[in-house]
Design a protein around this ligand. Structure first.
Ligand code: HEC
Length: 131
């Protein structure tokens, strides 16, 4: 059998692994944190520079400075692993500059960010929405 014929099975295995990782991450409650302290750290540590002051992201689909992180942040374990070992161009935050507790405080801040209003409730946008 050619190696390329095995590719679909390898991808399926990866998908199953990723799925079980997500399931276990979602089952873990985040450590307690202080959202006010987290908001201060968000500004002090420069998260806002790339992700926006309320984690709204740069808004660009490609080539933006940082993705939207709230409302409904990713599970804490995923956020922590992104901080310690970013998947791409984000600078890493080691425990020397950001403790696990401070990461939990930032996470509490992200959790506290409410969803924005739906565009359909903003009169000035009514002419721009698709029916
Ligand atoms: C210099 C810009 C920059 C700074 C500063 C920055 N980020 Fe990021 N962040 C990014 C980019 C770009 C990504 C996309 C993935 C990557 O490049 O690693 C990202 C991804 C993330 C993700 C994963 C989002 C996803 O959907 O996968 C989280 C969580 C995150 N950042 C949290 C933070 C926190 C918390 C801070 C502050 C302690 C921070 N970032 C500081 C640029 C930045």
């Amino acid at each position: 059998m050619r190696a390329s014929a095995l590719l679909p099975f390898a991808l399926l295995g990866l998908a199953v692994l990723a799925g079980s990782h997500l399931a276990s991450a979602q089952g873990t409650a985040p450590p307690p944190g202080d959202p006010k302290l987290g908001a201060a750290l968000w500004m002090r540590d420069g998260c806002y520079e790339c992700h926006g002051t309320v984690a709204q992201g740069s808004g660009a689909r490609v080539g933006g400075t940082g993705p939207m992180l709230a409302p409904k942040p990713l599970p804490f374990s995923v956020v922590l692993s992104q901080l310690r070992r970013p998947i791409n161009v984000m600078p890493p935050y080691s425990t020397a500059v950001l403790s696990d507790q401070d990461a939990a405080n930032i996470y509490a801040y992200l959790m506290s960010i409410p969803a924005g209003k739906s565009a359909s409730t903003i009169p000035a946008l009514s002419g721009y929405l698709r029916k």
